[in-house]
Design a protein around this ligand. Structure first.
Ligand code: GLN
Length: 244
């Protein structure tokens, strides 16, 4: 890969509305882990009213119910384009409120149901408890297999059909505090409740997303050069099964 000019395009969806708890850190991590390997990054922020263009990675952060209302309308206008992008292998990462809108709907407390874009077969209903605290969850596809982060949501997300959990909760609540699932995956669409922000503390998952995006763009698996992740993994390991 060293002697190839590689490029990845990344879109940050509605950062002015969904960017809770420093979710911008996920964009910074994606950009840096590409640049440290000499992979050129084309980056675009998508704001309300913008037409969404083709990208390799789409990122959307979390936010309060109010901001989710505006974003839900904007996303719905682009629903079929985003379905086409999903089916072409584009990588999506949604955090919490953004994740909830990847499903069929989010039903807040005492408010109208927010339409999701059904990128995944899932739905969310506001619960009576706000889940706040550290989460550790185990995947069946990463090495190491752990993901760590911080949750703060009242939404309870339930997965259906071919949409599978991202990971199994070992500490914390995850999707709904009942079925021990955290996050979701369908094709290259990923959702998670983990803020913190999420990717800086999970460099191995960041690289997994970058490799998927390169495979989508170049049509072949391109293994990434290893980076010195001592600092990142020391942080990651310090959070494993950290109580609330
Ligand atoms: N408003 C949603 C909830 O409370 C999402 C919150 C968030 O993005 N942290 O579940």
């Amino acid at each position: 890969m060293e002697n190839r000019e590689l490029k990845i395009s990344i879109a940050h969806l509605y950062p002015e509305l969904l960017n809770l708890y420093g979710d911008i850190g996920n964009i910074i991590t994606l950009k840096k882990r590409c640049e440290w390997r000499g992979i050129e990054v084309e980056f675009e922020e998508i704001h309300s009213g913008d037409t969404i263009k083709e990208h390799d990675i789409y990122f959307i952060g979390g936010g309060q119910d109010k901001q989710q209302e505006e974003v839900a309308d904007e996303l719905f206008k682009n629903k079929w384009f985003l379905h086409k992008e999903r089916d072409c292998g584009a990588v999506f990462l949604g955090i919490c409120g953004g994740y909830q809108l990847f499903g069929h709907y989010y039903q807040p407390h005492d408010k109208e149901k927010l339409k999701g874009i059904s990128l995944m077969d899932a739905y969310t209903i506001a619960g009576d408890t706000r889940f706040i605290g550290n989460v550790t969850a185990k995947t069946d596809f990463l090495t190491p297999d752990t993901l760590v982060g911080f949750e703060n949501h009242s939404g309870l997300t339930y997965l259906q059909g071919e949409t599978k959990p991202l990971a199994k909760v070992t500490t914390g609540n995850g999707n709904n505090g009942q079925d021990k699932t955290e996050g979701a995956r369908y094709k290259n669409v990923f959702g998670t409740y983990l803020h913190g922000s999420f990717l800086p503390k999970n460099p191995h998952f960041t690289d997994y997303l970058i490799e998927l995006a390169l495979e989508k763009r170049y049509g072949e698996k391109i293994p990434l050069k290893l980076l010195d992740d001592k600092l990142e993994m020391t942080t990651h390991n310090s959070l494993i099964n950290k109580p609330y």
